[in-house]
Design a protein. Sequence first.
Lengths: 807, 231
Amino acid sequence: MFKNYFTIALRNIKRHRSHSVINIAGLAIALAATIVIFLVLQHEYSYDTYHKNADRIYQVIKKDVSPTETGFQVGVPFPATRALRQDFPQVTFGELYKSFGSQLTVMKDPNTISSRRFIEESGVFFADPEIFSIFDVKWMAGSAAVLKEPGKLVLAKSIAEKYFGTWQSAMDGYLKIDNNILVQVAGIIEDVPSNSDFPFAVIPSYKTFESNQQYFNYGEQINDWGLSTSDHQVYALLPENMKAASIDANLETFSRKYYRMESATKTSHFLQPLKNIHFDTRLENNGDHISNKTSLNTLALIGVLIVLMACINFINLSTALAAKRGKEVGIRKVMGSSKTQLRTQVLFETGLIVLFAGMTAVLLAWLALPYLRYIADIQQQLTLINTGSILFLVITLVVTTILAGFYPSLILSSFQPVEAIKNKINNTRVGGLSLRRVLVVLQFAFSQLLIIATIIAVGQMNFIRTADIGFDKEAVLLLQGNNDSTSLARQAAFKSDLLKLPAVKSVSFTMDPPSSLNSWTTNFAFNNNTEDLPFSLYLKTGDEHYAGTFGMNLLAGRFYTTADSARKVVINETLMQKVGIKEPSEAIGKTIRIGAGKFREIVGVVRDFKNNSLRDGIQPTAIISYPAFYSLTAIKLKSNNLGKSGEAIQQVWDKHYPEYAAETRFLDESINEFYQQEERLSRLYKVYATLAIIISCLGLYGLVSFMAVQKNKEVGIRKVLGASVGSIVYLFSKEFTVLILIAFALAAPAGWYLMNNWLQNFTYRIDIGAWVFILAVLASVIIAWLTVGYKAISAATANPVKSLKSE
Amino acid sequence: MIKLKNITKWVNNGNNRVFLLKDINLQFNEGEFISIMGPSGSGKSTLLNVIGMIDDADEGEYHFLDQAVHEMKEKQRALLYKQHIGFVFQAYHLIDELTVYENIETPLLYQNIKSSDRKAMVADMLDRFNIVGKKDLFPNQLSGGQQQLVGIARALIGAPTVILADEPTGNLNSKQGEEIMELFRELNEKDGVTIIQVTHSEKNAAYGNRIIHLLDGRVDHHAMEQYTKTV
């Protein structure tokens, strides 16, 4: 029986070749898109699930509540670890200090450096042994116990091989961290899986950090409960059957015990489950990205909708084709087939087409996967075939078969044999055009929704890219160095050599460019008041050439100079307004106390510049000089074209910092990186809008070719009565234009609502103009006309004698 | 074997009821060869479809082998039908996508017959009609007469008690038509298959041993008397 189904299914697929191609192509595209989406979701939701105690692992989070804002931080004060261990003896706590941008120099022996130096993107994690009682790693040599001592380090296998050739020879080898801290390799672990926010690769012991804290600019204040940095993190492994909520309750008491409670800001702690770390956009994590669950859900929804669109195509085409297959159904009924048997046959046939589509989809997905990094946050290559994806594919294929095949099977099997045989099956009997119209409207509504979303997303991205950021980001080269005392001591000589280069306009030493994702905030007081103001002050630090190098605009006063930089401060417009001053000139001469320091005099007010990405507003900011933090050299070039001066700058660097690797990047590039996620999102919209348009065009094409057959006689009669080709083409296009307009009435409000919400993520955003919607509807009408046009013209130019004769 | 009592069928055309069949009372016995004649639109095919259970009457009683078909549910009827009735059409109605072999095999699929048995039965049938060499051809590769042979082979494969033939030679030339009629006669005489055919041609009607005349959905007794007289 099934062999017969199989044979006839194959022959039907071949016979109605164009329909089959449309069906298979549409389904394959949709399924491939869905497979890719599934892989993305699978990957995102798999982060750190491989730890065997994953459901008992938590991160200790710090929460600061001030009268005006609530802030969350992954950074925990240094003395907190010991206090936590004391007060919660039943919980295992582990602490780590991470250092990004640290340079690792491979040592020939403890006293001789080699020229092999590296900066690992994943960072350096100083960890105590407890970290590895909490997180699972596979030890190839050594054990967590080696991290009990200072001066020891554990490497991931690939890093060990990169530095020492083989991981075996790496054991007992020496590295120097930031040219200061000598460590010996005492353990090797297997590389951490890519779906982890804990990219442990270079792991010196936490004791190493403690005994070398001066190199990280920590002095006595390291024991202060008021100091915290996101680099110092504490993790907890709860015993079985212990609820995080009970610890959270006790953490309140804990916080009251250790924090000064008289301050306006109340600090407390809570436990963040490991499974939330990858998705909590309030916090930062140690991996390469944080995923937004809403975006992921939107993605899943798009996947489902795309498959539904392809199913709609399938239903439309199959029911349209049903009229042609009426005879076969009639004969089968006369031969004794039951309705169930006919339905099974149709479903089987659908299943076969879906299976072909599925195989094509796997191939398409395989071809598409390497390009995933351009539209998703995932930078690793994902594997297409795994248990989850196979299961997903099987389920999707079955569901798709049922979705796409069930309705056509009902229609076909319900034919009356007598009528079917006499070819009396017409449109009204195969579900009518009305159902198909509804389905086409849904398809078009969805593709227009995506078109609207794409136009708005792309518009917003362009807006951000070209927006005025308040300073000149062009032609500024950034060299990331170090701020240890040796580096700082050589800065003056380095600078004077740089300024000798013809391409260099000016040089400034700083910690941060004006726009960066780092933020440094502090409490502050204004104009000799003893009381702190109830909001935080954002700090930027740079030497006296900071404003010049970054092309900032002074509204009043001047920038500080070499002579007075330690006592003066420059503020931005927002800060000026927030402290109640209207005219920039009035601010000059007022004073500000930053943190617990001395009052500094305001010598200048700069025009507002974007501190962070344009998602956030401009913060009240002060620019001060703080030479101990100057690890970054900003070089303003005379033109954006680096050319040979790049080499010259590198030579100057090597002359002054032979033992340091230089990390070079252009400011405008690093600013563009802020918007990578949005950039990818708008690319994603483009891709899926295109897919949706292709799928709905395939459906439209199928439908119109069916209509052409259907209207054969009508067209013939009209032509005999003297209709022109144009009027016949109009006959076909009229209907679809109306359908598109109805779809537009659905898509426009939905698109406006969704994208208006999305734009709320940005402080600086475009207005959604009417032109967006006009463009969307015009685009889909034109695309539809092009799709319909060919079939309509060929129907209109056909010889009427032929079509009338066949009736 | 077949008893029709007051069989009536109509369609509503606006406010008018048009009768396709009106008060048909007929009885056919096993082993008969019946020809149904009448002008176009007289209800011949409709009557045949009602007898063949692929169409329902609106009124009247239909007994097939003493079972009340008009009271049966669709499933029971399908069962009865599968066992006893074979159809032959004017336009052959072979499935275009299936080969000769597969077309003949199709009814067996719906009777749940084992694959090996099916093979033997189809082989017998191909043999009997001398079309073994054509078994892998598709319908459009055959002449009309050959297609009708396949149609008959398909009708016979389930060993039906009755063959219903709706103008079986209507699309054939006279020579091919004659061959088909000879075949029907042979089936009737040698195998004892009951045959009910609808035909336009007096010549073909004469193959039967009884002729029913229809006119406007009624049995035309007058024409039948006339006919008997002329014969």
